[in-house]
Design a protein around this ligand. Sequence first.
Ligand code: COA
Length: 185
Amino acid sequence: MKIKDRIEGDKINLRFITKGDALSIYQYAADEAISRYTHIPHPYNLDDAYDFVKLTQSDRKRKAAYHYGLENRETGQIIGMIGLIALFPMHRKAELGYWLAKPFWGRGIITEAIEKIVEFAFVTLKLHRVYAHVFPDNKASIRVLEKCGFTREGLIREGFVQRGKYVSVYMYSILEDEWAKRDLT
Ligand SMILES: CC(C)(COP(=O)(O)OP(=O)(O)OC[C@H]1O[C@@H](n2cnc3c(N)ncnc32)[C@H](O)[C@@H]1OP(=O)(O)O)[C@@H](O)C(=O)NCCC(=O)NCCS
């Protein structure tokens, strides 16, 4: 199984990140609009970004997760992240996570990036299920997942702690046969 270090798209490229990307990850991930709906700490500092780059490398070595930076096709800069952030080979499933810097929202970038990473999950890794947790008021993320063929399974009640409070999240998923039969029109 060949894990690609780079996946090209029309709107965005996905690539592995290095420590040279930490500054731009820090600059964008420090935005409260990103931490609000993710588990990215706030405030977020440059050392957090360096630690994150190292985590992506060790996760990959251990085959525990595959994180890709979202590379701006014009500048080469990393403007977000997407990944299979937890892999369970025994169950052939993985958790999907993503964020995109606010100046780039609303251009269909994450829709394309999810399509690419889900293809990687089902075709390259031969997984059976990809799932994602979403806060119920995160309308943009819900819309994106539904556009990409994910189904809402239910609410995980107070399953996470976010900023010191228990929060409930929707569980969304897509199965390999649903992905193969998805409507591409
Ligand atoms: C969620 C997020 C990844 C979306 O990225 P994006 O590249 O802007 O998404 P896209 O442009 O591919 O699609 C966004 C869709 O949501 C819709 N949308 C945006 N805001 C919306 C809202 N408040 N209510 C309903 N729909 C909304 C857009 O219209 C678009 O749908 P359309 O193509 O049918 O018009 C981005 O906003 C983000 O990074 N948010 C913060 C972090 C986060 O929430 N991560 C996900 C955790 S589950």
